[in-house]
Design a protein around this ligand. Structure first.
Ligand code: SAM
Length: 285
């Protein structure tokens, strides 16, 4: 059967904002964007494990039947433990069928920077091989799971039970003008001086399935200042802010550059009370 693309499909894949200048700006960031322009700061393993637990991504659940999104995977600090938990969950129920078929839809992970994408994709393949997955299946899974491009402009199908990660922190002055204009047209929370992590949260929330959980570590400024107003309204009206963990002065990252980091767990459920914790003791591995 020949599946024809309609004009609406094309609009979905390449929205009106997808002009040549926007495309060129994305490509230039993908090829050469420095660490500051890309907001590349990596998360420590203890913090990753804590977020996965709080979001409910635990190997005692049927994770192979669920879908997880990592919107900016960097060196794979979240992705590799996620894959470890996914394999453990699948094995716990007998690892029925081929790994590619059984696990191919369980993860979708995005990274803008081309070299980072390539290196982490190779790391994912070797991690899977180390876990006993055959080379063909390991390469097939990495190809199905991993996408190189801009999370805020990428065509992404379906909804997710989990969205987890550490979105990029990039001030507006560092975002190329055509791209910033495209984000502003697309995201209602790209308001005032909002940093790039703000529309990341908006898109991630909108991709959550009913009952799904988002677990991010990022700056908490959106909860307090002017630019966070539209995102606060979105969360208050349609989601449940379940946990807020203040991570100021804890060794959450491999470098110390984010002011006021916090872990937030937000679910697509009816609004309810928020549990709050301050500066938990983190053991540095
Ligand atoms: C803060 S790092 C987090 C990496 C990883 N999730 C972790 O916690 O260690 C953010 C990553 O987002 C990537 N990035 C920046 N802008 C992006 C975009 N528009 N779409 C997808 N990834 C992006 C950067 O290259 C960087 O690797």
């Amino acid at each position: 059967m020949v599946v024809r693309q309609t004009a609406f499909d094309l609009l979905e894949e390449c929205p009106v904002t997808c002009s040549e200048r926007v495309g060129a700006a994305i490509e230039s960031l993908a090829d050469s964007g420095g660490k500051e322009e890309r907001g590349a700061i990596f998360t420590r393993q203890t913090v990753v494990g804590f977020i996965l637990d709080l979001a409910g991504y635990t190997a005692d659940r049927p994770l192979h039947m669920m879908r997880l999104l990592e919107p900016s995977f960097g060196g794979g600090d979240f992705l590799l433990p996620i894959i470890g938990r996914l394999l453990a969950a699948w094995r716990a129920v007998g690892a029925v069928g081929s790994a590619l078929e059984a696990l191919g839809d369980a993860i979708f992970a995005v990274e803008l920077h081309r070299n980072t994408y390539r290196t982490t994709r190779a790391a994912v393949v070797s991690f899977l091989q180390g876990e006993g997955v055959a080379t063909d299946a390991a390469q097939g899974l990495a190809a199905r799971w991993m996408y190189q491009g801009d999370f805020l402009m990428a065509p992404i199908k379906g909804r997710f039970d989990f969205v987890v990660g550490n979105p990029p922190y990039v001030r507006q002055e560092l975002i190329p003008a055509p791209l910033l204009a495209a984000y502003r047209r697309r995201y209602e929370t790209m308001y005032d001086r909002a940093d790039l992590y703000v529309p990341f949260i908006e898109r991630s929330l909108n991709l959550l399935a009913e009952g799904g959980h988002l677990g991010f570590i990022c700056a908490d400024r959106w909860m307090k200042n002017r630019y966070g107003g539209p995102l606060r309204s979105l969360v208050a009206e349609r989601f449940h802010l379940k946990f807020y963990v203040d991570m100021v002065d804890t060794p959450a990252f491999h470098s110390d550059v984010i002011a006021y980091p916090a872990i937030t767990i937000i679910s697509r459920e009816a609004p309810g009370p928020t549990r709050i914790a301050y500066r938990p003791a983190a053991t540095v591995p």
